[in-house]
Write a protein that binds this ligand. Structure first.
Ligand code: SF4
Length: 391
């Protein structure tokens, strides 16, 4: 069945509140070792072949370090499929220290797939507020609704990739950690480590191309016995030792295997094309009327910030930019979203008599907590109101 049809079938299944069970159809033990050997046989690069020839010793060093030095993280304490899935979604493009308070709050409010599946979207978005990339929250919600209708839960990366919001990396992470599936995770951290271990000078257009390039090597190094721990050890090494700008080679457990460290040039690898950055100026307006603040709610089908509120841009509020900038400047903020560097200026503007565009809503200042705002806008609005109280 084509992927789109499978997802539609998943979405239309009635949800059940049964706990998610699992089936045993992922390769482990000898089957996993055979997969790994097949991957190794397909490697052409001499430096990668040298590394693979020492794979057993490499894994021993990596796992010993991980067993001793891995960070205590809440999703590792008493791991479950649910905790693994939630943490992997939250960690997409987000650092561990940012995720920690969100993970704890989420687990307290929605402790299981059935609880998440039964929650309404507003609750889900509210719990996610401030983490950004809200599509992840919606996909996690849809995924929970799919999984409670499935028994047992799928165990292979291929099956997980048919589920909402699950790409190759997330599928490998979830199935290797939860089911010991033989699936190597390849993200920016792993690309960096493998490029340095092999001093691979290939020039890549982007991180996706680099990830594809190193997937076979990652699979050839993967532990057949501990694939989940192995993947987490690689991620941990990239996050805490093999850092992008200042790799800590003197304390690195796999330094004896590292060609870039031998050359004395670890930061020369990997060779990724610089991202083009776009600068953008945004004029926003602060309109108040009778204790209510004008906000803009993005449409439910918007690519970014679907159903999330922000202060309106001048054009969303139907106010010409030249007129808006005549008002008092309340704040000027800078932030980066993917490769867009935004400078957002917030001006006091007269309240429009009629709400011109779609998505404009008046929200009582006393009820701002009841709507889902993007993280930066909640912070900025709080700062502006606090400054006003202090005057
Ligand atoms: S020796 Fe240095 S460059 Fe090589 S993997 Fe370790 S930290 Fe990275």
């Amino acid at each position: 069945m084509p992927k789109r049809n499978r997802l539609r079938a998943c979405a239309s299944r009635p949800t059940r509140s049964n706990a998610v069970k699992s089936a045993s159809d992922s390769p482990v033990g000898p089957a996993a070792r055979r997969l790994r050997d097949e991957a190794a046989a397909g490697i052409a690069s001499p430096s990668a072949r040298r590394l693979v020839s020492t794979a057993r010793a490499f894994r021993t060093a990596l796992h010993a370090w991980y067993d001793q030095h891995s960070r205590q993280l809440p999703w590792r304490e008493a791991p479950s499929l649910y905790q693994t899935v939630v943490s992997e979604f939250m960690l997409q493009q987000t650092q561990v220290k940012t995720v920690l308070p969100y993970f704890t709050r989420w687990l307290a409010a929605l402790p299981s797939f059935p609880a998440l599946a039964a929650a309404d979207e507003a609750t889900v978005l509210r719990l996610w507020e401030g983490l950004g990339y809200y599509t992840r929250a919606r996909n996690l919600h849809r995924l929970a609704r799919c999984l409670v209708g499935m028994s047992p839960a799928p165990r292979t990366p291929e099956a997980w990739r048919d589920l909402p919001g699950v790409g190759p990396y997330t599928a490998a992470a979830i199935t290797s950690i939860a089911f010991k599936a033989h699936a190597a995770c390849v993200d920016g951290n792993v690309v960096r480590i493998l490029a340095r271990l092999t001093a691979d000078g290939t020039a890549f257009r982007d991180s996706a191309e680099a990830a594809r390039h190193f997937t076979v090597l990652a699979g050839a190094l993967l532990s057949a016995e501990r694939p989940g721990d192995h993947n987490q050890a690689m991620m941990e090494l990239g996050a805490t030792v093999c850092l992008r700008h200042q790799p800590r080679c003197t304390v690195c457990p796999v330094r004896p295997f590292c060609a870039a460290a031998r050359l004395g040039q670890p930061t020369s690898f990997p060779r990724l094309a610089a991202k083009s950055v776009q600068h953008q100026l945004v004029i926003r307006v602060w309109c108040e009327r009778a204790g209510r603040l004008l906000l803009h709610r993005a449409s439910a089908s918007a690519r970014r910030l679907a159903s999330i509120h922000e202060l309106p841009t001048a054009s969303e509020a139907g106010i010409a930019a030249a007129q808006a900038t005549r008002g008092e400047l309340l704040a000027r903020k800078r932030r980066t979203i993917t490769r867009h560097h935004l400078t957002e200026s917030i001006y006091v503007a007269p309240a429009p008599r009629h709400l011109a565009g779609p998505g404009l809503v008046w929200v009582p200042l006393s009820q701002l907590d009841a709507v889902t705002l993007s993280g930066p806008h909640r912070r900025w609005i709080g700062e502006i109101l606090a400054a006003r109280r202090a005057d």
